[in-house]
Design a protein. Sequence first.
Lengths: 570, 570
Amino acid sequence: MPQHVVIIGAVALGPKAAARFKRLEPDSRVTMIDRGKLISYGGCGIPYFVSGDVSDASELQTTAFHMLRDEAFFRDTKDVDVRTETEAVGIDREARTVTVRHLPTGREEVLAYDKLVLATGSTPSALSVPGSTLGGIHTVNGLEAAQHIRALVSGGGVSRAVVVGAGFIGLEMTVALADMWGVETTVIEFRDQILPGVISGNLARMAQRHMEDKGVAFRLGEQVRAFEAGAGGRVARVVTDDAVLEADLVIVAVGVRPNSGLARAAGLAVSERGGIQVDEHLRTSDPNIFAGGDCVELKHLITGSPAYLPLGSLANRQGRVIGTNLAGGAARFSGAVGSWCVKLFDISAAGTGLTLTAARAAGFDAQSVHVSQLDRAHFHPDKGIMSLDLVFEFGTGRVLGMQGLGVGGDALVGRVDVLASLLPSAPTVEDLGGLEMAYSPPFAAALDILNVLGNAAENILEGRNKGIQVDEFAVRWGARNGHGPYVLDCRERANAEDLLKAHPEHWHNIPQGELRGRLDEVPRDTGVVLICNTGARSYEAFVTLAHAGFRDVVSVEGGMTAVLAAGVRV
Amino acid sequence: MPQHVVIIGAVALGPKAAARFKRLEPDSRVTMIDRGKLISYGGCGIPYFVSGDVSDASELQTTAFHMLRDEAFFRDTKDVDVRTETEAVGIDREARTVTVRHLPTGREEVLAYDKLVLATGSTPSALSVPGSTLGGIHTVNGLEAAQHIRALVSGGGVSRAVVVGAGFIGLEMTVALADMWGVETTVIEFRDQILPGVISGNLARMAQRHMEDKGVAFRLGEQVRAFEAGAGGRVARVVTDDAVLEADLVIVAVGVRPNSGLARAAGLAVSERGGIQVDEHLRTSDPNIFAGGDCVELKHLITGSPAYLPLGSLANRQGRVIGTNLAGGAARFSGAVGSWCVKLFDISAAGTGLTLTAARAAGFDAQSVHVSQLDRAHFHPDKGIMSLDLVFEFGTGRVLGMQGLGVGGDALVGRVDVLASLLPSAPTVEDLGGLEMAYSPPFAAALDILNVLGNAAENILEGRNKGIQVDEFAVRWGARNGHGPYVLDCRERANAEDLLKAHPEHWHNIPQGELRGRLDEVPRDTGVVLICNTGARSYEAFVTLAHAGFRDVVSVEGGMTAVLAAGVRV
């Protein structure tokens, strides 16, 4: 029997659910409403529109074949009625009706539904500090807001910008401003690293360093206390705990919160953190109401706990699941492991699953291992460094997550995608060491970096290597004047030369190939820190020393490559 | 108790097994022998050395930290004895000895072993036709042979080359000759497509067309009958069934066969096709002898049957497994699904698992679906077309393989690697549709092409779409003057204009958005072939026609994008 489906929200999930449902039930009717004027646009493309990479906002709203996805498009090609500038103001679940208001006229209307879909998305959080409503302060809130920002910047009126928040959107906007428009940009982040919560401090420092090389300034561990206006009444200064920064433009990107007010008012189950609760069919606590996208809470497939993952890719896939289920299907969306990627000037960052911190917080007895190496055959001209952290569980060797940086963005994302697709089935580090990956010198090394990472973790689990990472190396190196460790550079003499000269008392060199014959030079009464270029030779040296009875030995994971990338001074 | 391990073969697997074993048992002794002068080199890099991308042959033999992996390197850094130019001439399994012969002196010696590793590799097949031993005819047989070829080409003496065999090595050598040295190159292939056995005819035609655009000539379905000498006694002409081609250089790349003569002579189990048989611990039929790499037969993880997969990446991983097991471990190498990638000028090809032909030959009731679409957000400036064939089983929806082409090589290989890592656990097309992939506009579309591919296959399985691929379209279009189909272009008028003018009787256009209102224009008494740019709109049109009761309708998978890429004339 034909149904009438009402969908609230027409950006990502809504249109996808509508189109899928109509293909399954062409005789049923769909009405999709949205508060905005613009619908069905690629919200994740906003920073690329602001940067100018995408020349016109309409490109984010067109199909790959250049058709604008507006109301007429949905009517003609999908047989879906769309009402823009229309807000849902209340749901009567008993009567199965939604009251909607046309914003320009204020006219209200009651729509009857058989099934309802909540695709209400999220809203960027604002800062509740004095001056936060001044002109020139923007959140990244949809395409219309982005058009404002782009107009400001391209008009030439912005020479200094402050971005508050060093998460994905904050950093993407930073790149857009600094790279394409040459705006002098400072990023303020409350926590002590960029990309907080999604990568380790070591990787964060490497990425930060790259962005600093591109001219971006960072103020970490700092909070905005107020915004102050200039002569024109617009924002002119950002006041933090420690400084006053001049700014013509402020972007606030301190996270988003789910738009679940409507759901809550209708008595649907909503979590404490504000996400609408859904089952694996994306059904809310009312069987006639589905919800998905940025307004729902999902199950994290590794921790098993609820998680809030406002990601466009999840919304799109959820849209199809809801479309199927509206038509009586039983499609599932069982949760997510949380996979992401972001381009930061010439490098990319990406990750999936849990960070070490998140894994430990979730109760796992977790450890991580770091590998920095070339992303393809070392003799191939296009090679670049890729740095990966693998997070795994002691005992079981279960892989819990991976995060990384790379010069070759597609190559990095390819590795992350491999792990993202495996994580729900709880692979072990041994599985990773044995993964079959396509090989040819222009694309990979014969032993892929994922294999190396799995092997490196296995070596640690089995006690055949003991690694420290860059932050720990910095601590030990900092203590070199006291009871510091014996730092042994296992590279060839020529590679170690400069450091031997700079630190004749604290830096030592025995090439790995000579170590077996020179064991008597290594002190047995102090800790030994082994370092080479990437960690491969220091691992060999570790094996040699361990076999010779040395006990207090560690090898620096990622070696000098990681040390230099993280900006640790030696 | 310390052991003595003898390893025969020191290119890929041998060194890896040696190094791993020595890390586990530093007190044991390893002797590794090789017939060649050069050892431990990246054999898959040979085409890149011939092209000049890799300037010096030694780069293929160095570590990522620029140390040459020669005998001294293995002695110093790995504590492994290496003997080059030394051949194994016989194994006495009872006595546990290998007789080896030093090739320059002819001196023989008997080495006692506790464990033996056969890493004897493979030998390129030769053509047994008249003239096949003439100067100027080369197989790609190790680094020393490659140095010969490079010297010939860089010396300027080669203006026309013929490559026999359009497999990976043949095509990589073709690119090396044509791209970097401007050599006029013709490829002769006995079978009727390039990359025979590893991709579909449709993808092969697309790749061939790209190579033709770069100036390479192909002669498919043709066999070499003889080579003829010129004035200097070197090869000057290649005689095929159909033509006589002039050539200063001939590369024969018609496959390789496992070097298993030594194993066979020692009474080890060797398959009919010549691969040494091993169990999942890579142990031969003699528990003291292991084997791996190009000389063994593996289990294909999808068909369950024996397979011969001479791939460098497998050899490397097998080396570690053997190293572990030499030290008493129980590491497994359970088999492979067969994953590969190859760069062909500006595009790349890659695949994993079974092709449709291979799947059917293995007894699967298989089908394939083709998707051509952009490899990242369509509004991102770096986008390129990616074309993928997914092979799956009817009924179960089990995914059996995937092959593809792409402009963005790393992006393509990333998708293939995802599937390669999943294939051993027999994923379904539904799993593929739901895969979590990292998304950001510079790297992917919000709905990744793998999700699209899974959904497309699901639509076919559930009868919601019926696709034909480019070859079938060409057949139907070729029959347009008889009882041909009604070809309906579902793109906008402007896109269809040229074809409407060229074929006013046979090409029809109703934009997909207008189709519901113009159903009476579509004939019900003849088959309908729907086509658009990539297959997305023709799928929507298929749903509309099916709902309106049209029965004999198909949609062209990959649309005009695939038709044009394959060079089908319309």
